[in-house]
Design a protein around this ligand. Structure first.
Ligand code: CS2
Length: 508
């Protein structure tokens, strides 16, 4: 890889169809005729993840000569990414960062970009186009409007209440899916498959339960139709993609001589395991590296717990102790040790056998991935939405260890770190934003009780949207969390970890 700017006549090229053939030679780009590709997928959620994952697999597929699986992207939250890539003919680049040299690849599988609520009519029309056979989703955990305590639809969610009273103008993901399914059915068009690509446990099963419940509340007959005719395969999706920064945009221009309004930065690794259960056909993603299986669950548990659980643990311990990125955190000897204990003692023992996978080797590879210095994955980014993430990443494995009679000491540490995080101020007295659907409640608890570990923990443990009663009934475990929290508040992360690892604190 060359670090010198390699532009045509020293001009910086904007990304566009017209400029594709003029791009510097070290940039990979679509070799297929984009104008022959027709849409087969509507994707909801235009963030970095889908553009570095689903769209890349699909781009690989289009390279094999297949033409009927282009993607129409929809941003359900904001027009920003859509507005950025539209002038580029929906082309964007994937900036793959690795020690052997950064690589840039322009992706062509996104044919069109729309956003909500501005383009609602067009989005719905597209979703009922008979050529669309799959609706894929990356809308984050909270996008599903799930009630964490029941695992089904959160009927008190504001967007759900609005959509139930006006289902023809949906604003939520369950509302939009239900609307499109209803219109397709009325028009006699075969239903699409709903392919969830978010980090939810049993993501397809969960989304199915939520959509069926939503439909039941407006039209029980439609709800029956969904349960009998629409498949919601489960998936395990993996690629580390930090939020794009201006520094990334500048680095791309400097290294590759092009200007991309909204590139995606990611690691080289990617993995996609998909349950092979599609009601209306599917692309042959298995030809481009995806694994199509009967049961995704073991893969999903391994990834949610070992990767995402370790991420969240590192994120909370790091934000409170002013460590900015996962690479720095994993490079810190103490934190590195903690993660190894977390994997070996508290998480790996909860996993069923994962076909074709040596889980210990998986964690060895994870360590390398976390240490990738090019991927500046901010700990504050990962700290977001803890109320949605903790249950599947750390609380479920904690319960599984407790049921087995073991004390998951390192999960207790992670929970205590999250509790300390709700105080909103680092050890160096810097404030940070607590981004979470429950942020108002978490902040008010953190501010009111942050001086007292017991009170703080009691208030947080009482949020049953996060902590199931089965977990909080384990008194010794809760007391352990309180003890660690007290140490984090009074002594800080470094001293707590030293004492905790040599068992001179909270070790009864
Ligand atoms: C991260 C994930 O932000 C987070 O919570 O743990 O986005 C993680 O990077 C991806 O799941 C990796 O596939």
């Amino acid at each position: 890889m060359s670090n010198t700017c390699c532009c045509v006549n020293d001009t910086i090229l904007n990304l566009s169809t017209k400029n594709l053939s003029k791009l510097p030679r070290n940039i990979a780009r679509p070799n297929y005729a984009r104008n022959t590709v027709t849409p087969g997928i509507v994707h909801l959620g235009l963030g970095a993840f889908c553009r570095a994952h689903l769209a890349v697999y699909t781009d690989d597929l289009l390279e094999t000569g297949i033409t009927d699986w282009g993607i129409i992207g929809v941003d359900p939250l904001s027009p920003a990414i859509c507005e950025a890539i539209k002038p580029q003919d929906c082309l964007y680049s994937v900036f793959n960062r690795q020690s052997s040299g950064d690589q840039l690849r322009v992706i062509g599988s996104m044919l069109e970009a729309l956003s909500l609520p501005n383009d609602l009519d067009r989005v719905v029309k597209t979703m009922i186009d008979p050529r669309i056979k799959i609706v894929t989703l990356t809308v984050t955990e909270k996008g599903y409007c799930q009630d964490a305590s029941t695992g089904t639809l959160d009927e008190n969610n504001h967007a759900i209440i609005t959509d139930l009273s006006n289902p023809n103008i949906p604003s939520s993901v369950p509302g939009l899916l239900t609307r499109a399914i209803k219109l397709r059915r009325e028009a006699g068009i075969l239903p699409f498959t709903v392919l969830v690509c978010d980090n939810l446990p049993q993501n397809g099963v969960t989304a199915r339960r939520i959509v069926i419940r939503f439909a039941e509340l407006i039209d029980p007959e439609l709800s029956r139709f969904i349960s009998e005719n629409i498949s919601f395969p489960c998936t395990m999706v993996d690629r580390i993609t930090p939020a794009t920064t201006d520094d990334d945009r500048i680095a791309i221009t400097k290294q590759f001589g092009i200007k991309d309004a909204w590139p995606v930065v990611c690691e080289p690794f990617r993995q996609w395991v998909i349950e092979d259960n599609f009601s209306n056909g599917r692309p042959s993603w298995e030809n481009v590296g995806a694994l199509l299986v009967d049961d995704v669950h073991p893969f999903e548990l391994m990834k949610l717990r070992c990767l995402n659980g370790a991420h969240s643990t590192l994120a909370y311990l790091s934000v409170i102790s002013d460590i900015e990125t996962i690479a720095e955190a994993m490079g810190n000897t103490q934190l590195n040790d903690i993660i190894h204990h977390l994997w070996s003692q508290d998480l790996i023992p909860t996993l069923p056998p994962v076909p074709g996978t040596d889980v210990t080797a998986y964690t060895v590879a994870l360590e390398e991935r976390f240490l990738n210095p090019g991927v500046r994955h901010k700990t504050i980014q990962i700290s977001s939405d803890g109320s949605q993430k903790l249950p599947s990443r750390l609380l479920e494995p904690a319960i599984s260890r407790l049921r087995a009679g073991a004390q998951p000491r390192f999960i207790a540490l992670a929970i205590a770190a999250w509790m300390r995080f709700t105080i909103g101020v680092t050890e160096n007295k810097k404030s940070y934003i607590i981004a979470d659907p429950l942020s108002a409640r978490l902040k008010s608890i953190g501010q009111q009780y942050g001086h007292d570990a017991k009170l703080l923990a009691n208030e947080l443990f009482a949020i049953n949207d996060i902590f199931p009663k089965e977990l909080t009934d384990y008194n010794d475990f809760c007391n352990l969390v309180k003890c660690i929290l007290n140490s984090l508040i009074t002594k800080g992360v470094k001293e707590t970890l030293t004492n905790y690892c040599n068992k001179s604190t909270c070790n009864k």
